[in-house]
Design a protein around this ligand. Sequence first.
Ligand code: NDP
Ligand code: OXD
Length: 311
Amino acid sequence: MIKVVVAGGTPEYTDKWRERFAKACSSMEFIGWDANGAAVDADYAVVWRPPAELFLRERRLKAIFNLGAGVDSLLCLPELPRGLPVVRVEDAGMARQMIEYAVHGLIHLTRNFDEYAGLQRAGQWKPLPPVLPRKWPVGVMGQGVIGGQVAQAIANLGYPVAGWSRSRRELQGVQSYAGAEELPAFLERTRVLVNVLPLTPETENILNRDTLGRLLPGGYLINVARGLHVVDEDLLALIDSGHLQGALLDVFREEPLPAGHPYWRHPKIRVTPHIAAISLEEETVSQILGKLEQLQAGQAISGIVARGNGY
Ligand code: NDP
Ligand code: OXD
């Protein structure tokens, strides 16, 4: 029988996913990672931020399935064998959640909901001028499985939208920018920047004084990708100088965001605890099981990470 080891997070987290897989598939054996146990000779692993020892102990693995879209916390492990295929989750309900999150952040900003909250506190009835989407050009960094859908959903609301990716992507209603050489032009036409990039050596610290400083005056950042994309001091300085009017941040260099971090109490920064899109159990389990079966049948699968590109 095919053996699949499930590893990562807390023992409860591992257990929850192991049970889900076992319930959905009786033709494979799903074994929860035991930090003090022996090798189980697993054929595959299903992981989220797994312990490095997994790769030292389980030597027969044919592929690793990551329980999320971002593989940064996996690829950074030196113990991960070089040639071992890593498969990431493709969408599985996350794009819809990410669209909701980005659209919420955008509309909250452009429709003046913070200001209306202040007016309510002051007991004032004061309609503000209507929003003109053309004054709010949106730029989405990352045009992959999730970023592409976010860009198109925002374009469908009537906002001018551009997308930036490594290779050129032609999505309906979205102006395409590609590669490092087109990044300045992409930023300089953008007022609301939505970051949906993977974290790689090329994208770490990509949101810094220079890049964020290129956004149109009154710019705003929505970061749903990874905290290591942002140079925190630069973001804070640009907000405090008034060049940016604020940020909605879901991800942080250190998670949970440490107590006392300036983001917690900054009046122009909104913080959420890495919930922009959560791997949905049913969709994720059925996607991974489908791919496991395809691999067992010798078929090609999608979602294999290009290790050289880092995503
Ligand atoms: P994909 O791999 O499908 O898409 C990645 C996109 O980023 C592609 O368009 C790719 O370009 C582009 N890209 C990668 N490197 C560069 C670069 N150096 N310069 C320009 N563009 C680049 O990823 P997903 O859409 O599935 O997910 C994106 C990220 O979202 C994840 O890696 C994860 O970090 C984050 N995430 C966060 C969640 C949360 O809850 N906060 C939940 C889920 C995901 P190209 O098209 O040319 O390949
Ligand atoms: C992911 C995440 O990468 O949840 O899937 O951050």
